[in-house]
Design a protein around this ligand. Structure first.
Ligand code: COA
Length: 458
């Protein structure tokens, strides 16, 4: 393996230091070690010092009890930075800019809970490809403390990062101090998702339910788009479903397929439906045969129960799951993601509305690149033709000033709206513009043609 590839595929093992840690394995000894490390959240967060960088897992992995205890100590602290992607809850320190001089947030992907701070300038944002984030924690971010939620310990002394493995296992391996919040509602997932009690400095317990994500009902437009994509997915394909309403809709329209596989950064409720309907077996997968491969999960309690101790599902670091070279080894790899706007060249602004940071790159580019490497693979960017009750076209002549391109014109494959599918690869710029105008809402097509002519595109 090349040095660069080796960096990306680092194991989750704690780096070897001079200190030799006790590594018990008997049930009795690991329980004893657990007992020795068990403290109150207030005691555990005393490990955080001013100026420290504190890494938290994304979504359900956020340790709510530890975060509250850290917030209660804020007046004693200054310049603490919390690095985290996609929070599913609004922690107290994210509610007002007045806390930022004590504890400042550094977002790796914004959600409704940290968007305000990032866009008002009192929280930060770190751009990057999701598959590279573990490397960021190895090379660029000096993590002093890792705090994350895990499942209860098994009898050999292992906790599972459960729903949030992605960059978490690497951030924990790199941190000088590791604090775990053990929560019975966090599923114990299989894969490369474990941390041993010997690797941990402090343990706290908190069984408040991990967050659940709503499953909004599908609209008629969602269903139309889902059908257009489903028609293009062959039996035996391996699928990735991204974040947002559209990918969820597609899952509902694949229930009659046969022998689908899943290799997806995010594991969702829709995938549980696909397993239960018999559509997903993983039998035709060309790597990780029979296994559902994911790096994080977010959804309802039903999803978390499905994940718990389920050998069909393996959660791995995102440096593996989202590596375009790994993704491309799945034959007939199908990637389905969404976008805010797409210009007539095919550039997809999927994370910003103009200069407003709405979400993040996440794994969209990773999968857009991976699926076109795959023999028989296809990439879909699925979006409604309009936003804001039909007043704004999401197919635009040029992106809004300041908009960030998430998937470039060279990476994009198919763009889908409720009016059809634009296949962009191999087409000239003129053909692309025409194909995209054809799937725009009819009310905006004349205007798009006018601008396309002015730009000498058609
Ligand atoms: N102009 C102005 N506003 C727009 C817009 C446009 N062209 N397109 C969407 N919006 C607004 C919507 O009105 C909505 O506003 P609201 O929150 O006030 O209702 C908001 O932006 C979100 O749009 P919506 O289409 O409902 O978003 P979604 O939840 O379906 O998510 C993405 C779509 C593109 C934001 C989401 O898929 C994403 O973040 N993608 C990038 C990362 C990614 O794909 N990762 C890969 C897998 S995890």
């Amino acid at each position: 393996m090349s040095k660069a590839a080796d960096d990306l595929h680092q194991s989750t093992a704690r780096p070897l230091g001079t200190e030799r840690r006790e590594f018990p394995t008997t049930a009795k000894a690991v329980k004893e070690l657990y007992r020795q490390k068990l403290v109150s959240p207030e005691e555990a967060v005393k490990a955080v010092k001013s100026g420290d960088r504190v890494a938290l897992p994304l979504g359900c992995g956020e340790p709510a009890g530890l975060l509250r205890a850290l917030f209660a100590r804020r007046e004693e602290l200054s310049g603490v930075i919390i690095d985290q992607m996609l929070p599913f809850r609004q922690a107290e320190y994210l509610k007002s800019p007045e806390y930022a001089r004590h504890i400042r947030h550094n977002s790796w992907f914004t959600s409704a809970h940290n968007r305000q701070g990032v866009n008002e300038g009192w929280a930060d944002y770190t751009p990057g490809y999701f598959h590279e984030y573990p490397k960021y924690f190895q090379k660029y971010v000096d993590v002093a403390v890792f705090m994350g939620t895990v499942s209860p310990m098994d009898e050999r002394g292992y906790f599972s990062f459960g729903t949030s493995v992605d960059y978490t296992s690497t951030a924990a391996a790199e941190a000088k101090i590791v604090i775990l919040e053990v929560n019975e509602t966090m599923p114990y997932t299989h894969g490369n998702s474990l941390i041993h009690v010997s690797e941990v400095d402090y343990i706290v317990e908190n069984n408040e339910p991990i967050p659940e994500l709503p499953n909004p009902p599908l609209t008629e437009t969602d269903i139309k788009i889902g059908q257009l994509i489903a028609e293009r997915i062959e039996d035996g394909s391996t699928i990735q479903l991204g974040i947002g309403a559209m990918p969820n809709a597609v899952a509902q329209l694949l229930l009659d397929k046969k022998d689908l596989g899943i290799h997806s950064e995010m594991i969702t409720d829709g995938m549980v439906d696909l397993v239960e309907s018999g559509a997903v077996t993983g039998r035709k997968k060309t790597i990780n045969r029979g296994k559902i491969i994911g790096t994080f999960a977010g959804g309802s309690r039903r999803l978390y129960d499905f994940l718990h101790d389920n050998p069909m599902v393996e959660m791995h670091p995102v440096s593996y799951v989202n590596d375009p070279y790994v993704i491309g080894q799945n034959y007939k790899m199908i990637s389905i993601n969404s976008s805010i706007e797409v210009d007539l060249f095919g550039q997809c602004a999927s994370e910003t509305i103009g200069t407003y940071q709405f979400s993040g790159t996440g794994g969209q580019t990773d999968f857009a690149r991976g699926c076109v490497r795959s023999p028989g693979g296809k990439g879909f960017i699925a979006l409604h033709s309009t936003a804001k009750n039909g007043t704004i076209s999401k197919i635009v002549p040029t992106l809004k000033p300041g908009a960030i391109v998430t998937t470039t014109k060279n990476d994009v494959d198919h763009v889908v709206t409720e009016y059809g599918v634009a296949e962009l690869r191999g087409k000239t710029a003129r053909e692309r513009a025409l194909a995209l105008i054809n799937i725009a809402h009819p009310d905006f097509r004349d205007e798009l043609r006018y601008h396309a002519r002015k730009m000498n595109l058609i």
